[in-house]
Design a protein around this ligand. Structure first.
Ligand SMILES: [Zn+2]
Length: 169
């Protein structure tokens, strides 16, 4: 009810876009989505809707399905600095010894420098050695992954198949 009142007051003023905030502070995906559903119907469809501080790939997909257009989040860059990589098959931790002898790329479908120029084994080595290049490459990869994810959702919307769009959780 408060979300609706706030949305109505703000749209009454008439802004170029609208942010939904006060979420992504540890409340869980279900609550975030419930608040998005309680707010989006009261925001104009011809203005960007921005969900602040979200999130993981599955959060982005769920929010876009509920009418969100824009996000900001530290996750792709912070994760890159802590050896986490988002891929089309799920999240990887490059600190994990299981990558030590893996000559395959991080994500074979990714066009970024980390995926086209280095193996998982080498990225693992960089992480273990504390090389700043590990953080640089994994951050670049994660940002590329997020940009590609948003592009894929735009394509799915244009083709009318967003409802079936999913990412590994
Ligand atoms: Zn990549």
């Amino acid at each position: 009810m408060r979300r609706e009142r706030s949305a109505r007051r703000l749209t009454g003023i008439g802004f170029d876009g609208y942010a939904i905030g006060g979420l992504a502070i540890g409340e869980g995906q279900e609550t975030t989505f419930a608040m998005v559903e309680a707010t989006v119907p009261f925001l104009p469809a011809d203005r960007p809707r921005y969900l602040m501080g979200v999130g993981k790939p599955a959060d982005l997909v769920g929010a876009v399905k509920r009418g969100i257009d824009m996000f900001d989040c530290v996750l792709p860059t912070r994760s890159g600095r802590t050896a986490q990589a988002f891929t089309r098959t799920g999240t990887l931790n490059l600190r994990n010894a299981g990558h030590a002898d893996d000559a395959s790329p991080l994500d074979p479908e990714c066009r970024c420098p980390a995926c086209t120029g280095f193996s998982r084994a080498y990225l693992h080595h960089l992480v273990k050695a504390g090389e700043i290049l590990a953080a640089m490459l994994l951050t670049t990869h994660n940002l590329t992954y997020y940009a590609d994810l948003m592009a894929a959702m735009r394509e799915a919307i244009a083709q009318g198949r967003l409802a079936n769009f999913q990412v590994p959780t």
